[in-house]
Design a protein around this ligand. Structure first.
Ligand code: UD1
Length: 420
């Protein structure tokens, strides 16, 4: 379905300095949280991505006035009216479901189309809904739509998540910010984006503590006020550059990073023999002729991020030795494997585990990105490969990387975007 492709010339060695953008996954819940108050909220350092534009469209559709000035978005939700979101908007991005908690808390009613499955697994919403129900919401699921109502308002309560879902933690934090009384979320997700959401909500006057640990305590308040906030740097964009340096035997320095957010990725790169030099807010990655094979198991933060698994798998496909890569977060996140095989990788899949026998090098091929991070992984593999690659499905990449070719080419990559 894609109308554009990447032509990637291989055997590049990436060198130079690159500034990391604001985090996509911090921006999306923060923009959803602007719906909680009827004053103006300004969010700064936003990445210029399709997913961020989709969230802007969702806010506008709901009746918010949204102004974008470069990397700044000013949202005035005082006149939000529509409390229903169409299937079309929900289908464009799963994270649109993050408006559920804020709208329910502020207006007592919301109807959204079920986000459905996606390319990396079924991705249900049961934990979001169970948590809201525990707070007193009445949920009905009919004809592919979820309707949530609060006949008696939302009440603070104890919620124990069956697993530390990022989206469920965020939705419940936002709902609880305006609920009556105290909510405690246990087994909460600990991702840095949750901490950033807490900072944003606190700056609006919410009473929340504990984000970054597995227990978050929210004392509901009557109303929230306008604010200004700068989003954290994107740890996955940063990690992708780090693997790009490693896979091309390059030398890249990242600025605007929070190195502690990348601890798991740094540890694995070092274990693979890649040199990583960490300063306060910069990271330098120097590749080696051939990395050593290391094993990876994706885990909730602070474990190795699932959003870095495809890129790391690409790196391991040219490593010395065999690595075992286990995906524990998503059920179907190995679609890049078949494409990497087309490029000469030797990978065997056994359920949620990939056994990667490193080969000395990859060769260009015609491949297709099935999702965002798979697309990034294939781009990295193509930059390191012999000959050229045609990468289809790059609309997935545009969802999460800002004009990838424009940022990578100055470092020595040769990526051309073509209309097909
Ligand atoms: C977020 C990130 C995504 C990342 C993921 C895991 C955003 C916008 N997206 O997605 O990039 O890959 O965290 O780090 O921040 N689950 C349930 N029931 C639920 C909710 C989730 O079973 O109600 C399961 C999912 O199917 C999945 C796992 O929990 O297997 C983790 O999902 P979750 O942490 O919720 O991911 P997202 O918030 O969707």
């Amino acid at each position: 379905m894609s109308s554009q492709k990447f032509l990637i010339v291989g055997k590049s060695r990436l060198k130079g300095t690159v500034k990391i953008n604001g985090s996509k996954n911090a921006t999306l819940p923060i923009l959803a949280a602007t719906l909680l108050c009827s004053e103006t909220a300004t969010v700064k350092d936003l990445p210029n991505l399709h997913d961020v534009n989709t969230m802007k469209d969702v806010l506008t559709y709901l009746g918010a006035r949204v102004n974008r000035e470069g990397r700044k978005m000013i949202v005035d939700s005082s006149e939000v009216q529509s409390l229903e979101i169409s299937e079309d908007l929900m289908r464009r991005m799963r994270a649109s479901n993050l408006v559920l908690g804020p709208l329910l808390a502020r207006f007592g009613y919301v109807k959204i189309s079920y986000p459905g499955g996606c390319n990396i697994g079924s991705r249900p919403m049961n934990l979001h809904l169970k948590g809201l129900q525990a707070m007193g919401a009445v949920i009905t699921e009919k004809f592919g739509y979820i309707t949530a109502e609060t006949p008696f308002g939302l009440q603070g309560t104890e919620i124990h998540l069956d697993m530390p879902s990022v989206g469920a933690t965020e939705n419940l934090m936002m709902a609880a910010a305006l609920a009556d009384g105290i909510t405690t979320i246990r087994n909460a997700a600990k991702e840095p984006e949750i901490v950033d959401l807490q900072s944003f909500l606190v700056s609006m006057g919410a009473k929340i503590s504990g984000a970054g640990t597995d227990t978050i305590r929210i004392e509901g308040v009557q109303a929230l006020k306008g604010t200004e906030h700068t989003v954290i740097p994107d740890r996955i964009e940063a990690g992708t550059y780090m693997v790009a340096a490693a896979i091309t035997n390059g030398d890249i320095t990242l600025t605007n990073v929070i190195p502690v957010h990348l601890d798991a990725v740094i540890a694995k790169l070092r274990e693979a023999g890649v040199q990583v030099t960490v300063n306060e807010d910069t990271i330098r990655v120097q590749g080696v002729e051939r990395p050593k094979a290391v094993d990876i198991k994706t885990m909730p933060y602070p474990g190795f991020p699932t959003d870095m698994q495809p890129q790391f798998l690409a790196l391991m496909s040219i490593a010395e030795g065999t690595s075992i890569i286990s995906e524990t977060i998503f059920e179907n996140r190995f679609k890049h494997v078949a494409e990497l095989r087309r490029m000469g990788a030797d990978i065997r899949l056994e359920g949620n585990t990939a056994i990667v026998r490193g080969v000395p090098g990859l060769t260009g091929a015609y491949v297709e990105a099935s999702d965002l991070r798979a697309g990034a992984a294939l781009t990295l593999a193509a930059m390191a490969a012999e000959d050229g690659t045609v990468l289809d499905g790059i609309e997935h990449i545009d969802r999460g990387y800002e004009r990838m070719e424009k940022k990578y080419n100055p470092l020595g990559a040769r990526i051309i975007r073509v209309n097909s």
